[in-house]
Design a protein around this ligand. Structure first.
Ligand code: 1BN
Ligand code: ZN
Length: 345
């Protein structure tokens, strides 16, 4: 929400829609979109440049940051961890449910059980949908659970403590909740997926847990018809660092969503968001992978440090993943880019 924009956007691979049935009523008042002729790029089709005025982004990074604060702060003002199977986790699932319902979305919970640590845990993905008219669906996703152990903390004595997850969980959810408020009109249905059970993997003691449990459970139960209707899945994870860097995540770049990734980076470039680094980087086992396995075009926007063998920022999976490492301006850059991309559909 910074400035009036009148940009000519290269819409190669942006997948514009044909003007057709009336737009579904947006959940809240938002700028009416425009439509342009269909262009579905293939290897043999030429580059087509379509002049397009992007509407002034309505996304507000400060509001997204408010949602991050709300997640990490308990009713007593202390830290709220969102470890699967805990009350803090359920509280934030209810917070997401309430926020999305208040915006007019149809909210359901996808319940599943998964092995986590040494026991079976009841988990829940929160699903919120705005109906469309095109028969196609856009999926927007983030995980809301947090890691039970800060196993990369520089202080060995703190490695058994939980991660607050202001960035690693909080930032993605914050962006999606604010995006839901300003969601542009689309002919496609828009389904928000808030995943549980993403961040329990990679540590051994005392019992092994896997990553991406909620997204895997959700993708596995989707019908072939539901899968076929999905136009794209966009995942946001760890997008709040003041020094945010978003090179192109590898599985996204080499998978069926490469054209969606290209479109997003083109739009970010037009908007001047330098956090988006137009080079391919590491492949991350994140919540987009179960969808790529089902051949859905899926893109992960995740903070990776290009060329750094440590891959992630220094606060990752430490007790430093707190509000001091989340900035409204980075949330704004990511939210504005996704908002503008949605407006091209
Ligand atoms: C992303 C955020 N991830 C965890 N927290 C995914 C991940 C999987 C990261 C494997 C490192 C290794
Ligand atoms: Zn994590």
């Amino acid at each position: 929400m910074r400035r009036a924009l009148a940009l000519a956007v290269v819409l190669l691979a942006a997948g514009c829609t044909v003007g057709g049935p009336a737009q579904p009523t947006p959940a809240t008042g938002s700028t009416p979109g425009t439509t342009t002729p269909e262009h579905t790029p293939t290897a043999s089709t030429p580059v087509v440049t379509t002049p397009r005025a992007l509407p002034d982004p309505a996304f507000d990074g400060e509001r997204a940051l408010d949602h991050v604060r709300a997640q990490v702060t308990g009713a007593d003002g202390g830290p709220r961890y969102r470890i699967p199977g805990t009350e803090g986790n359920a509280e934030v699932a209810r917070y997401v449910d309430a926020e999305m319902a208040a915006l007019g979305f149809a909210v359901t919970w996808h319940h599943f059980n998964a092995s986590y640590g040494c026991r079976e845990v009841a988990m829940h993905n929160v699903v919120a949908e705005r109906a469309g008219t095109s028969g196609r669906t856009i999926l927007l996703a983030a995980h809301y659970d947090t890691r039970p152990v800060a196993d990369k903390d520089p202080d060995v004595g703190k490695r058994g403590q939980p991660v607050l997850g202001a960035n690693d969980a909080g930032s993605g959810v914050g962006v999606l909740l604010e995006l839901a408020r300003v969601l542009p009109p689309t002919e496609d249905a828009v389904r928000f997926l808030f995943f549980d059970g993403e961040d329990g993997g990679g540590y051994l003691a005392p019992c092994r847990t896997d990553w991406i449990l909620g997204s895997r459970a959700y993708a596995e139960q989707m019908s072939a018809q539901d899968i076929a209707a999905v136009r794209a899945l966009l995942l946001v994870d760890m997008v709040g660092d003041p020094q945010l860097l978003l090179p192109k995540e590898g599985y996204s770049a080499s998978g069926p969503g490469a054209h969606v990734q290209d479109a997003l980076y083109s739009i970010a470039d037009q908007l001047g968001h330098e956090q988006f680094v137009d080079e391919e980087s590491y492949s991350i086992t994140d919540d987009h992978v179960p969808f790529i396995e089902r051949m859905i075009p899926a893109v992960d926007l995740i903070h990776i440090i290009p060329g750094d063998p440590k891959v992630f920022p220094s606060w990752h999976h430490t007790t430093f993943d707190d509000l001091d490492h989340v900035s409204a301006s980075s949330l704004d850059a990511v939210g504005e880019t996704i908002e503008a991309w949605l407006a091209t559909l």
